[in-house]
Design a protein around this ligand. Structure first.
Ligand SMILES: *[C@@H]1O[C@H](CO)[C@@H](O)[C@H](O)[C@H]1NC(C)=O
Length: 172
């Protein structure tokens, strides 16, 4: 009888935990189920300029040339077609994130889609790292400055912790 009661409690607990998790992810969890971020930017300059600026910034913040006061841990993986790729090792969590930027010319200048995703399949929260991996490159290369056409678009449903991420160009 003791055993039966014990089983019952375990079963009930499992059902509650699983139910809660499903509800949590489906209903209350506002972010992607895998730590990742997708952002669309509009720039008022040609794609060539935007692409070169981002590549230079990735290289400047890659391991062999980075002063530790700045963002570091970036690695440039090259270019194919309209897409450039890279990786970033996040300093605190030691996760590796893969990212890419895809460029598309339009009437205003250049539309860029940036995507960053944690290489760890189990990562769900990222303290905004995936967003900041991308955003810091834009700020660092000053692509957001003196550009009246500059626009950024994303949301919590496609970018983990977008609304509360606090990107910083300097490591604390
Ligand atoms: C960019 O990275 C994301 C996430 O890893 C991936 O799903 C997407 O296919 C990549 N885009 C391109 C153009 O390779």
């Amino acid at each position: 009888m003791g055993c039966c009661r014990c089983c019952c409690i375990i079963l009930l607990t499992s059902v509650i935990i699983i139910g809660f998790s499903l509800g949590f992810f489906a209903g209350f969890f506002p972010y992607p189920t895998h730590a990742s971020c997708k952002v669309t930017w509009q720039f008022g300059r040609p794609c060539k300029q935007v692409k070169d600026a981002l590549i230079n910034q990735i290289k400047e913040w890659s391991s062999n040339s980075c002063s530790s006061k700045q963002q570091c841990g970036y690695e440039y993986y090259g270019e194919d077609g309209n897409t450039i790729r890279g990786k970033r090792r996040t300093p605190v969590l030691k996760f590796v994130d893969s990212f890419n930027f895809t460029f598309e010319s339009n009437g205003i200048g250049c539309k860029v889609e940036g995507v960053s995703a944690s290489d760890a399949w189990y990562a769900v929260v990222d303290f905004g790292y995936n967003y900041c991996n991308l955003k810091n490159l834009v700020i660092g290369s000053r692509l957001d400055e003196r550009d009246p056409a500059y626009e950024e678009e994303s949301s919590n449903s496609i970018c983990t912790m977008y609304s509360i991420a606090h990107c910083n160009l300097y490591s604390e």
